[in-house]
Design a protein. Structure first.
Length: 181
């Protein structure tokens, strides 16, 4: 009988802490209008870094440290521009369509099973339109700290965030799509 009570007690605590994590993550997302961060992105072993600003829903501006690369979404289109190239995609054709939509994330998190990774990250696997996106939250702050996707060329892309600041005053013009050279 004692063993049964212990098993019930630990199961209850584990379930309750997962529910608490989920509720706090959702509360953090609900309270976030925008956020800025440094990032490191690994695409099949090629590492890039830079700074980004996100404004919900679906707006992002990233300035990469090398190659004068810029990534911008105005909520409808996504542009990746370097010195020598210019690519424009409908945002709904990219994984950022889901990552930059906090209402979509909140609705998914309600129904998904969380995984704890290395006692550091809480992970949720989202499968949408036959594509898998992993989103990562810090186990302590419960803030969004990264994601893993496949890009349009089916390359695995892992993006990790640091130095996150939320709900800062930002200039709306940064989400204006750059023009092609």
């Amino acid at each position: 009988m004692f063993k049964l009570l212990l098993i019930f007690f630990f199961t209850f605590i584990t379930f309750n802490s997962k529910a608490d994590n989920r509720d706090k993550i959702i509360q953090n997302l609900n309270n976030t209008l925008n956020f800025s961060f440094k990032f490191e992105q690994n695409i099949n072993g090629k590492i890039e870094s830079g700074n980004c600003t996100v404004e919900y829903p679906k707006k992002i501006y990233c300035n990469y440290h090398k190659n004068n690369k810029v990534l911008v979404s105005n909520g409808k289109s996504l542009v990746i521009k370097t010195i020598s190239s210019y690519y424009r995609y409908p945002i709904e054709k990219t994984p950022l369509n889901f990552i930059l939509d906090k209402n979509f994330l909140i609705n998914k998190i309600y129904s998904l099973e969380e995984r704890i990774i290395d006692d550091s990250y809480i992970s949720y696997s989202i499968i949408e339109n036959k594509n898998k996106t992993e989103v990562f939250f810090d186990v302590i702050s419960l803030e969004l700290i990264g994601w893993q996707t496949k890009d349009i060329y089916q390359n695995t892309s892992l993006t990790m965030l640091s130095s996150i600041s939320k709900n800062q005053k930002i200039k709306k013009k940064i989400f204006k799509l750059p023009v092609q050279n």
